[in-house]
Design a binder for this molecule. Structure first.
Ligand code: ZN
Length: 250
């Protein structure tokens, strides 16, 4: 039946325990409620509110992936803390101590890839769904070559991106607020950007609206009280650099 199809989907990613950014994005999404919300992973790590973000994501999202920061916070043997820079590693140790049994069980139940409504979905990339960043044209082309869905979604880079493969040519790049991707033009590799730690020089929280019926994707940015998250990062003794970067979107 048509009512079971998820035609309109809001895609979020890389919440990184930033509760105020997540609340702002969920509020914006709720003004025009989609059929489903998909979350591409890294719900925790870096930020001061891991358990609250796990609970909110679990409550609101229909499809949720696990990301590298989630795995490291769980202490997964396959994932080395050594891969992280000192700030990320310090935040991961702190997060691991904070996670409740409920948050752990929630994160442990997630996978880094999914497929839904004909869309292929990865936290990192098709080749390495946990660690690889799709940041270059070569990796984007390889990612599209390793998949066959008309729409491929990735997170992990914290940079909102829309790349189009049409007539064997790749075009596109960073997607700013309000950018619309006409999905009928070819195959798309889309990254919604990050809710809780944007790195495209825009501090506003990012999400992506996917309308599979109208074949259209639209990028959104939502302001949130950055100073409140910064204050909590500092109160918890997390590295100051993690608070500072939020003001600049880097
Ligand atoms: Zn991330």
């Amino acid at each position: 039946m048509a009512q079971n199809l998820a035609v309109r989907v809001a895609v979020i990613s890389d919440v990184h325990a930033n509760l105020y950014a997540l609340e702002a994005v969920l509020g914006a999404i709720d003004r025009s409620p989609p059929d489903q919300i998909w979350c591409l992973g890294d719900t925790v790590g870096y930020g001061p509110r891991p358990n609250e973000c796990c609970a909110l994501v679990r409550e609101h999202a229909n499809l949720i992936l696990i990301g590298n920061h989630d795995l490291v916070a769980l202490g997964s043997a396959e994932v080395a803390l050594a891969e992280f820079n000192p700030e990320a590693a310090a935040a991961s140790r702190w997060t691991a101590e904070q996670l409740t049994d409920e948050s752990r069980r929630f994160l442990e139940g997630l996978e880094p890839t999914a497929e839904a409504e004909g869309v292929q979905i990865f936290h990192g990339s098709p080749r390495d769904p946990i660690w690889e960043y799709v940041l270059t044209e070569i990796v984007a082309l390889e990612s599209l070559a390793m998949t066959d869905a008309p729409i491929v979604l990735v997170g992990h880079t914290h940079v909102a991106t829309a790349l189009l493969l049409a007539e064997e040519r790749l075009s596109g790049g960073v997607a700013t607020d309000g950018f619309e991707a006409p999905l009928e033009l070819g195959r798309w590799l889309l990254n919604p950007g990050s809710v809780g730690q944007p790195r495209d020089s825009n501090p506003d929280a990012a999400y992506l609206e996917l309308d599979l019926g109208a074949r259209r994707a639209r990028f959104h940015r939502v302001p949130y009280p950055v100073a409140r998250t910064q204050e909590e990062i500092r109160e918890r003794g997390l590295p100051d650099a993690l608070a500072e970067r939020l003001a600049h979107g880097v």
